[in-house]
Write a protein that binds this ligand. Sequence first.
Ligand code: SF4
Length: 192
Amino acid sequence: MSKEVELNKLKEECNNCQKCILGSTRTNIVFSDGNPNAKILLIGEAPGADEDATGTPFVGRAGKFLSKLIEESGLSRKDDFYICNTVKCRPPENRVPTDEEKALCENYLLSQIKTVNPKVIVLCGATSAKSFLGKKIKISEIRGKWFKIFDGIDAMVILHPSFLLRKHSEDEGSPRWLTKEDLKKIKEFIEQ
Ligand code: SF4
């Protein structure tokens, strides 16, 4: 079965899923965006209002800013990334998804990772990073560092674009500058 067929099947399962409470309030499942053959799989926290309305991850203001940073780092969002979230349905009022909701949704994410089989996973933002690296991590201390997650897949944490929208400086050492440097490191890694 091709990756596209497998992922479509999985998306259909999500469309019918009511395993957690988020299923009762969603407008659309937010399954993925990008290229199933990409070397980079990016995991964000959860869909927001724009994502819930369109069914596509990272399409709101923060998502557009992430796309801009990706392109400025020499990568292509459309070709180099497969993008998804820790949960497929929007938490009401954009609250952080609970541990239970993430656990109930995890099998879908694991199947996506297994099918896409990326060279690197990017954990975007603190909630995503804490889900896989433990609740005690401090994102400011671990962003830009390499980790191994799941069955030894290389992973890097980057700052979330909604945080970066509140930090306007582009100066060397600023959060925006650091994020672009992190994306450039990821680009070098996939080109090795
Ligand atoms: S968040 Fe995941 S587990 Fe919960 S209803 Fe949506 S698809 Fe199902």
